[in-house]
Design a protein around this ligand. Structure first.
Ligand code: S3P
Length: 432
């Protein structure tokens, strides 16, 4: 039940059914940005319904790239080639860090000055991680104190760099590779930990030559992109909420067709298997370089476990929901090496700790992680806050399914940032 921004979640006995998950957010952002600087008309079926991706489409429109939604929902983008039009207004990235960070790479190579802003949450997020490499490439970038938005980017001729980012961030890597298209030579990004490679795969789909070996990705400047037609696979990070819901109830059965199976994202499935969920993937296929498959999941006994090191980077978006259901597990959950969670759409460590405590759970909050005891902790319904963060709103709707009594989620419309139909889809599979 909902009044838009407040949702009430009632306890369920199980979850069962098929959920059609909207297109992947990471892939959709990259497709929209690359389609804008490609030659020709691109068409994307199952493009993400996320508000974040609408922010990207709004920004590319202000940069002279026309796009429209066809009757069947296909997004058609009329590429303008590498030279975009100077925007007459500030580019509003809304809540979307991906829009701001990745688009900055393209703007750094343009011969005009642009300004990017965001909402309250985005205005608190660190941008030095992209300002530093883009400045080394020759762009002039200024930001508010502490390297926070709004950003002002004076683009121009760029020089290629060999960059070793301090943080493992696919947004930063894509930003640099996109800027690399406009640089005079070969740009190399050497990551501390391998991150999702949708940027590399999308660039290749649009006809660019991009090399990737282990943690090192390379792109030569001056390559031109050609429009593509693509079907965006379902978002695995959105699928995670339903997989975790299935994990809560032994005997539950969930089917998720057409989900993104990119190996740099699919570590989630290994971890869920290790923690007790029965998962299988059928109808594996490949589309525009991305793997796609149908996930079948069955709840058995939820054991919990440890997430650390490279796994933390690979599961960064799924940790909130894994943590939210951890109290119900046998062994609990420990999350380490996760200080990046503090600078996401909210401070996700603090948000998880606050909400779990309100539900009566024990949790030890650490500067770079958390430890949540298992043993089948008994949680009760409570009034929770989304902290304006889509993944917190959805994570606690899942946790609420097994709590005693109703849970009220304030600011639940935040879910629309990545998954507008989430509460509707969750209600459809919940067996009360
Ligand atoms: C994303 C990468 C991750 C993730 C975000 C989407 C992407 O951020 O949290 O939701 O599409 O590249 P970082 O790259 O900053 O870790």
């Amino acid at each position: 039940m909902a009044d838009g921004s407040t949702v009430i979640v009632r306890p369920a006995r199980a979850v069962n059914g098929v959920v059609r998950i909207p297109g992947d957010k990471s892939v959709s952002h990259r497709y929209a940005m690359l389609a804008a600087i490609a030659e020709g008309t691109s068409r994307f079926r199952n493009f993400s319904a996320a508000r974040d991706c609408a922010s990207t489409l709004d920004c590319v429109a202000k940069l002279g790239c026309e796009w429209k939604r066809l009757d069947d929902g296909t997004i058609e983008v009329h590429g303008v080639g590498p030279r975009l039009k100077a925007p007459s207004e500030v580019l509003d990235c809304g809540n979307s860090g991906s829009t701001m960070r990745m688009l900055s790479g393209i703007l750094a190579g343009q011969s005009f000055t642009s300004e990017l802003c965001g909402d309250e949450s985005l205005s608190r997020r660190p941008m030095a991680r992209i300002m530093k490499p883009l400045s080394e490439m020759g762009a002039k970038i200024s930001a508010s104190d502490g390297g926070r938005p709004p950003l002002k980017i004076q683009g121009g001729a760029l020089k290629a760099i060999h960059y070793k980012p301090e943080v493992a961030s696919a947004q930063v890597k894509s930003c640099i590779l996109f800027a690399g298209l406009f640089a005079d030579g070969e740009t190399v990004v050497e990551e501390p930990i391998r991150t999702r490679d949708h940027g590399e795969i999308a660039l290749r789909a649009f006809g660019a030559d991009v090399e990737r070996a282990g943690n090192v990705s390379r792109i030569a400047g001056g390559q031109r992109l050609r429009a593509i037609e693509a079907h965006v696979p379902g978002d695995l990070s959105s699928a995670a909420f339903f997989l975790c819901a299935a994990a809560l109830f032994p005997g539950s059965q969930i089917t998720l067709p057409g989900i993104l199976m990119n190996p740099t994202r699919a570590r989630l499935l290994d971890i869920l298997l290790q923690m007790g969920l029965k998962v299988s993937v059928a109808h594996l296929d490949e589309h525009q370089g991305e793997l796609v498959g149908t996930i079948e999941a069955r709840g058995v006994a939820w054991t919990g476990g440890v997430i650390a090191g490279a796994d933390t980077a690979a599961l960064i978006d799924e940790i909130p929901v894994l943590a939210a259901i951890a109290p119900y597990s046998e062994g609990g959950l420990e999350v380490r090496d996760a200080k990046e969670l503090r600078v996401k759409e909210s401070d996700r460590i603090a948000a998880v700790a606050t909400n779990l405590r309100k539900m009566g759970a024990e949790i030890e909050e650490r500067p770079d992680g958390m430890r949540i005891p298992g043993g089948g902790q008994h949680l009760h319904g409570a009034e929770l806050d989304s902290f304006g963060d889509h993944r917190i709103a959805m994570a606690f709707a899942v946790a609420a399914l097994r709590a005693e009594g109703e849970t009220v989620i304030l600011g639940a419309d935040a879910a629309g940032v990545s998954y507008p139909a989430f509460f509707h889809d969750l209600e459809n599979i919940a067996v009360l």
